[in-house]
Design a protein around this ligand. Structure first.
Ligand SMILES: Nc1nc2c(c(=O)[nH]1)N[C@H]1C(S)=C(S)[C@@H](COP(=O)(O)O)O[C@H]1N2
Ligand SMILES: [Mo]
Length: 438
């Protein structure tokens, strides 16, 4: 079913042109007064195809192909994800609702997924016996490692590390920015095990001329062209040499799941998730800033000065995004809850890219007054930090709870969105709604 369209996911096609999408799914013209397939005649047709009615059809994400019908293996892989919102099915892009990010360490099946291309075969097979990692370019001795060699030659480290997509929060941009419409949940903080990126580079011998790394992987381009890469990014040498940048082979104690990069990926924590290259097969050291797909143009770049919403910015004024900004989430309670009683326990996390978080403040009166939350130290640098707070309400009614984190350099989260043309870096405060009934 999902293979009806080669280039774009059905979610995307349903958004742009539901009639055309229906035609792709059902192989015939859509009914005139119908938009999307899970209403009216579309719902009936889908029910007939499944051989059953769909009691919760109102919850069915727009454009999602029921698992029972999906013959697309990527969508089948996605089935293991627990409660995530699918934004696109080709490539797979899915985010985690904030209340499902409550754990200090994000479980594998609750970690968001951002793919630019097609999951490679090796990841489906979960068999790395014919896999090698090559390290070459501006090194004294190019090296190759099997998975066992990589694990055995270098000290193994286990760290809790934040990975956040550069476009997390894009959905709130006005005027809108093209790309995945992430709301809040393109962030995860799993426990990764691997070897230090620096140790691997040192083994090959870093030449004086090396200034940037380049990551090459095994995922396929959406066009199906074998010589085209969906994404190949890298980091300045200093970030690669930072002791918390790792080449990971396990996620929460298990081999990295297929959607997250089996057998090996980089984790360059605190930087746009795109620097954490999945399905890695080669690291090249370069004497220039890497120029692979999604390194150039305006990809993962923002103007180096603030711009008003809607401004057209000259390409030359964009710079590569490095550290992600300070940010926080309220993970308990879920937004839009009704409570009884006058007090409420809150919980969440805060993180700040290369920096650490020094405080989190909570407001229940639209920012007029703030209460300092109880903030935990990070278990290791580049992990998010947990916080808790207790809020008291003066009377019944509708409240919003806002969270604002401040990092150790004095940066805090803004209320308004710092708009930029490509929709990156939105670190505006997280707000949830609570109704106090009595
Ligand atoms: N090979 C490869 N690596 C990749 C990507 C990709 O499409 N292909 N997407 C990147 C982006 S944009 C992000 S945000 C992170 C997401 O990692 P996750 O899917 O494990 O959450 O992976 C990065 N690494
Ligand atoms: Mo990303």
């Amino acid at each position: 079913m999902a293979k009806g369209n080669k280039d774009r996911g059905l979610c995307e096609v349903y958004q742009d042109d539901p009639d055309r999408a229906d035609k792709l799914v059902f192989g015939r013209e859509a009914h005139k007064d119908r938009r999307g397939f899970l209403r009216g005649a579309g719902l009936a047709t889908m029910g007939a195809m499944l051989g059953a009615t769909i009691p919760f059809h109102r919850n069915f994400p727009a454009g999602l192909i029921p698992s029972a019908l999906a013959d697309d293996s990527e969508v089948a892989l996605f089935k293991v994800k627990d409660g995530l919102t699918l934004l696109n099915d080709r490539p797979i892009n899915a985010e985690t609702p904030p209340h499902l990010l409550d754990d200090s360490v994000t479980p594998n099946d609750r970690h968001f997924v951002r793919n630019n291309g097609v999951v490679p075969d090796i990841a489906y097979r979960m068999d790395a016996s014919d896999w090698k990692l090559t390290v070459d370019g501006e090194v004294d001795t190019p090296l190759e490692f099997s998975l066992d060699e990589l694990k055995n030659k270098f000290e193994n480290v286990t760290l809790k590390l934040q990975v956040e997509c550069g476009g997390n929060g894009r959905a709130a941009f006005n005027p809108p920015a093209k790309g995945n419409q992430w709301t809040l949940g393109a962030i995860g903080n799993a426990e990764w095990t691997g070897v230090r990126y620096a140790d691997v580079l040192k083994a090959a011998g870093v030449k004086e001329s090396a200034i940037y790394t380049a990551h090459y992987s095994l995922d396929g381009h959406l066009s199906g062209k074998p010589d085209k890469l969906p994404i190949s990014r890298g980091v300045p040498l200093a970030k690669a040499m930072e002791p918390h940048s790792i080449i990971a082979f396990a996620m929460n104690g298990e081999p990295i799941p297929p959607l997250h990069g089996f057998p090996v990926r980089t984790i360059c924590p605190g930087w746009p998730g795109s620097t954490s290259q999945k399905w890695l097969q080669r690291i090249e050291l370069r004497n220039v800033v890497h120029d692979g797909p999604k390194m150039t143009g305006t990809s993962y770049r923002a103007p180096y000065y603030p711009v008003a919403p809607g401004t057209k910015v000259d390409k030359a004024d964009f710079k590569i995004i490095e550290s992600m900004p300070v940010k926080s989430l309220i993970t308990t309670p879920q937004t839009n809850q009704a409570i009884t009683g006058r007090s409420l326990a809150l919980r969440g996390h805060a993180w700040a890219g290369d920096n650490s978080v020094s405080r989190v403040d909570i407001s229940h009166d639209f920012g007029a007054t703030w209460t300092r939350a109880d903030l935990s130290a990070p278990p290791n640098p580049f992990s998010w930090q947990d916080w808790t707070a207790e809020i008291s309400f003066p009377e019944k009614g509708y409240y919003e709870i806002w969270a604002r984190a401040t990092d150790d350099k004095g940066n805090s989260q803004p209320f308004a969105i710092n708009w930029n043309p490509k929709g990156y870096l939105n670190n505006s405060m997280h707000r949830i709604a609570v109704t106090v009934r009595a």
